[in-house]
Ligand binder design. Structure first.
Ligand SMILES: C[S@@+](CC[C@H](N)C(=O)[O-])C[C@H]1O[C@@H](n2cnc3c(N)ncnc32)[C@H](O)[C@@H]1O
Length: 246
């Protein structure tokens, strides 16, 4: 699978409607609600470092990792000058950092990129191992409903000033995997458009499946919300946020 290579160069431009400051606020509201004051945070699948940047400004000590070298090199440009941030190239499935953290976070449906339950369980076990007692794991997923009924088997087209892209999706009902074929045309500034393609896969998990795996990995308290709120998710909510305590 070719994902987050050339796309890394357009990622921030295409995500400009995502408010990472609001996302950092939500993470801090969760810490407040549970009355924890983390100092050391591990961010998994940090991508180009947009949330990391918001948290770095708020003076947390951060270790951030991602699997994609191209995404990390963008993150480095933003975060290189922050002494409280360390960037690493690691996989959520088998990372091993010789340190434990007050909190582990992962946002923007990165967890859906773990496309089978074994991988997800390995990831959860690893997160548990890297948390201090009482430490908190926060992550969101694209909901089952969103991947199956909104994104799956649908095609999206976006025509922007200098980027044109199509996003063709196929949903595998047996495996509950949504495959996205992304085709980008980027204006090179001389009237020519360069084409590149990527192929991404996200797995749809039910809330019950996730809770079961978190509990099996050892987490004592698990709660979930419609993302950016503390409300119970409805069947049709698109992003679910989980909070799990060691
Ligand atoms: C939708 S992007 C989200 C990036 C970032 N969290 C954000 O909020 O912008 C998903 C990210 O997950 C990363 N990723 C996918 N599978 C991974 C894995 N097994 N281990 C680490 N990172 C992974 C990708 O490289 C990509 O940067």
């Amino acid at each position: 699978m070719n994902s987050y290579t050339d796309f890394a160069s357009l990622y921030d431009e295409l995500m400009n409607d995502f408010d990472y400051e609001a996302w950092a606020d939500y993470v801090e509201r969760i810490y407040d609600k549970y009355d924890i004051k983390p100092k050391d945070i591990l961010e998994m699948a940090c991508g180009t470092g947009n949330l990391s940047f918001e948290l770095a400004k708020r003076r947390y000590n951060l270790v951030c990792f991602d699997l994609s070298e191209d995404m990390l090199s963008k993150a480095y440009k933003k975060l290189g000058k922050y002494k409280n941030v360390k960037l690493l190239e690691l996989n959520m499935i088998d990372f091993n950092i010789n340190k434990s953290f007050d909190s582990v976070i992962s946002i923007c449906d990165s967890i859906n990129y773990l496309t089978n339950k074994d991988e997800l369980f390995q990831c959860f076990k690893n997160v548990y191992k890297h948390l201090k007692d009482g430490g908190m794991f926060i992550f969101d997923v694209n909901s089952f409903y969103k991947l199956k009924h909104i994104i799956g088997n649908n095609t999206f087209v976006e025509d922007r000033e200098d980027i044109f892209y199509t996003w063709q999706n196929y949903y595998d009902e047996e495996e509950n995997i949504c495959e996205f074929y992304l085709t980008f045309f980027k204006d090179d500034g001389n009237g020519r458009y360069n084409r590149f393609d990527e192929d991404h896969m996200e797995r749809a998990y039910t809330i019950d499946e996730i809770i079961k795996l978190l509990k099996k990995a050892g987490f004592s308290k698990v709660e979930f919300f419609n993302a950016f709120t503390f409300d119970n998710p409805l069947e049709t909510d698109e992003r679910i946020n989980f909070v799990a305590v060691k």
